[in-house]
Ligand binder design. Structure first.
Ligand code: F6R
Length: 241
């Protein structure tokens, strides 16, 4: 694992955007694995600025998001589809047909998960996977559990995750309890992974990710087994390592 400690959130965002842009410059038809949440917002803003300056072209890029809330329609303001459109896709030239997110309102969730895996397989897997991390060490919505899920599947969100996500909803009871999440198979199959973390609340999860045992109780710890992981932290997120 390579660990980069930056001075603040803006510096993490800039470094991550440079890595994503570098990936696209080297391979214009790259398959990107993308997260939502507060952490990647600065990186997305930086990528939009690079696109506006003509420094990066997304016309051949293919994207797969890590997760989507179960039963939230794409037009719902808290759906991850909405988040990605408003924070990235509407501002760059990625082709709509190259964008993939699990469908939260699918009629048959098992089929949706199998179809998502199949689309990933057909795309040739992920070239660069960008990850955030939950305070409990989740990546995507692979939550701490007795077992780690390898395939895309419907997952129940833990109390910590529901509490952390409630900041985006009008009332805590509005936060979805389930999500469709990519599994570890697709994440670990990515050729390169970058994980971003900012703030004190992530320091303990980062410590376990970097120095802890590989354990289903800290799903991010499995990244220790991948050959090309870069973790980009601000001072606070790095404060316990
Ligand atoms: C979201 C995702 C999650 C988030 C994590 C951190 O697509 O995959 O694993 O990355 O919950 O969220 P923030 O960045 O809001 O702290």
């Amino acid at each position: 694992m390579r660990i980069l400690i930056e001075k603040d959130y803006a510096a993490i965002s800039r470094k991550a955007a440079l890595m994503v842009a570098g990936q696209i410059l080297l391979k214009p038809n790259s398959v990107l694995g993308l997260p939502t949440g507060g952490t990647p917002l600065g990186m997305y803003q930086e990528l939009i600025r690079m696109y506006d300056r003509g420094e990066v072209d997304f016309s051949e890029v293919v994207t797969f998001n890590l997760d989507e809330y179960y039963q939230l329609p794409p037009e719902h303001e808290q759906s991850y589809y909405y988040f990605m459109r408003h924070n990235l896709f509407n501002h760059i030239n990625v082709k709509p047909e190259n964008i993939h997110l699990p469908k939260g309102t699918c009629a048959d969730v098992e089929k949706e998960c199998a179809d998502y895996e199949e689309s990933l397989r057909k795309a040739g897997g992920i070239d660069l996977q960008v990850l955030g991390i939950g305070v409990n060490g989740h990546i995507g919505f692979i939550e701490p559990d007795q077992r780690l899920s390898v395939q895309t599947k419907l997952v129940s969100l833990t109390k910590e995750t529901i509490a952390a996500n409630s900041r985006f909803f009008a009332a805590p009871e509005d936060v979805p309890r389930y999500a469709i999440s990519m599994g570890l198979g697709a994440i670990l199959n990515a050729k390169r992974i970058i994980l971003l973390a900012s703030g004190k609340s992530k320091a303990s999860a980062i410590k376990e990710t970097v120095n802890g045992y590989v354990s289903a109780q800290t799903p991010s710890s499995i990244l220790q087994t991948h050959a090309d992981v870069t973790i980009i932290l601000d001072q606070e997120a790095a404060s316990l390592i």
